[in-house]
Design a protein around this ligand. Sequence first.
Ligand code: ZN
Length: 263
Amino acid sequence: MPQADTSQEAAIRQAAQLLLAAEYVTALTGAGISVESGIPPFRGPGGLWTKYGEPPMDGYQRFLQDPKKAWEERLAPSGASQEIRDTIARAEPNPGHYAFVKLEELGVLRWLITQNVDNLHRRAGSRNLLEIHGNSTLVRCLNCTARFPLAVISFDVLPPRCLQCNGILKNDTVAFGEPIPGDVLEQCWRVAGHCDCMIVAGTSATVTPAAYFPMQVRERGGTLIEVNLYESEITQFCTVSLRGQAGELLHALAQTVQTLRKF
Ligand SMILES: [Zn+2]
């Protein structure tokens, strides 16, 4: 329907103008942006947790009680962890991920906060990236918070140890019951504190602490731009809502920003 296209084009243009008028743009992304890369959501039909059961709510406590056992379960060649590793290894960044890279390269986007652990923003090339729930391809030292790629760590003796301080290494993905790593959370608050325009893409932004960031921007008089398939809890607070596939919409948004900036 041409009419619908026109209104969506107008919404994309309005969003692009908001981005260009803002002083400090950030973005918050969630699972919806990785669906088009073939990463299934955790919950719902086809979800990994639907298939294997939800991870224990006290996952972090269990890890601390017996890190060796936690690593043995995680390294097992089958089960949820293995399927997540396989799925992530097969996935490729999609146009939505690349649109954020472009916005960063244009000097428009300052920071990207993601709830995803799939490493796709990083693989696409995003640099100012805050992975609030960790990164499933990394391990993190519980003592000094240094992070290392899984590939450089020896698992001959469990639990694996930090290359810098010999502390116990945990997978970087934040477990249930585990606090968001302090270095990342602190930087998120700092960034949200400066932000006057936030793109909220592929997330209903209902899970805390991520949910606080757009609200903080909103309360200080900033604008929110939503990119989601469906209306969600965040919609009522957004100045512009782009409804549809995140990849397509974000690509169009980045293109429009680039075009408008030439004038
Ligand atoms: Zn360490």
